[in-house]
Design a binder for this molecule. Structure first.
Ligand code: IPD
Length: 279
């Protein structure tokens, strides 16, 4: 199985690189950045998201015809978002679609691979930086082949925390997001940042330049690949109320260690969006 999994992962890296090239080219063509909307007027999608997801799925199907898929745009088009024990590719063709639309330079192709409902490997290709983040469970995390290690900072007051505002603009949700942000700034922390892509934020945690990332409202395709990259770089995952993380719950804390994660959790004004699997 070891070599089989490596073969699958090698294909994921190759197809992520190919997809990244398509995204880079599309950035230079305004038509390919024409915006459509999904759950709200600020939840954006472009024909490039759809095209890149199609490219990845077709390429995988040719090589691994029995594998299943959870893809952001396929789910938006009505497909079920159900994780089974079967080998499943969890795909975000463009994580950071809003960045892509505005040419804000952090855009990633994110591919997680799950068997028995556990993520086995993750590939995040930050395609404008040309950084290929990879991690296979038990084998470490890497960026362009160089090993990654989370920060050893235990003191949240000496930390940078990453988060995002998401695309839900309901008053109650926006208030909770700002309440968490205010609490965290008031700790005080050294700074708060956000790359505009959950996958890249998680890779920043894995790289050691950000101590923690949290968000309520993400989707499984935003965080599946990043989850194993953070863990393999020595980090931890947690629910925003401190329990074990559930990738379908749309709530996540990814941190360099448990001390920082638990301290952040105390300040998060948690809420529960509709789960990705609708349960
Ligand atoms: C979004 C990005 C964003 C995060 C949202 C995600 P998308 O993914 O990761 O940073 O705040 O929650 O849905 O829509 O660009 O693939």
């Amino acid at each position: 199985m070891d070599d089989v999994l490596q073969n699958i992962m090698d294909h994921a890296v190759a197809v992520a690189r190919e997809a990244g090239q398509v995204v880079r080219e599309a950035l230079c063509d305004e038509k390919q950045r024409d915006v459509m909307t999904k759950s709200s007027t600020v939840d954006l999608v472009t024909q490039t998201d759809q095209r890149v997801e199609h490219l990845i799925i077709q390429s995988v199907k040719k090589k691994f015809p029995t594998h299943r898929f959870i893809g952001e745009e396929s789910v938006a088009a009505g497909e079920a978002c159900v994780l089974t024990d079967d080998p499943t590719w969890i795909i975000d063709p463009i994580d950071g679609t809003t960045n892509f639309v505005h040419s804000f330079p952090f855009v990633a192709v994110s591919i997680g691979f799950s068997v028995d409902k556990k993520i086995q490997f993750g590939v995040v290709y930050s395609c404008l930086e040309d950084k290929m983040f990879t991690a296979r469970r038990g084998k470490g995390a890497f960026c362009n082949g160089e090993p990654l290690q989370v920060s050893d900072q235990e003191d949240v007051r000496r930390s940078i925390i990453a988060t995002e505002f998401g695309s839900n603009r309901e008053t109650e949700t926006v208030e909770k997001i700002f309440s968490s942000l205010r609490n965290i700034l008031n700790i005080p922390v050294h700074g708060v940042r956000g790359a505009g892509t959950a996958a890249v934020n998680m890779c920043l945690v894995a790289s050691g330049c950000v101590e923690a990332y949290y968000e309520v409202g993400v989707h499984v395709w935003d965080v599946a690949a990043g989850s194993v990259i953070v863990e393999e770089a020595g980090g931890v995952l947690m629910d925003v109320e401190g329990g074990p993380v559930d990738l379908m719950s749309r709530r996540i804390v990814a941190a360099n260690n448990g001390t920082v994660a638990h301290r952040i959790v105390k300040e998060i004004d948690a809420f529960s969006p509709t789960r990705d699997d609708g349960r």
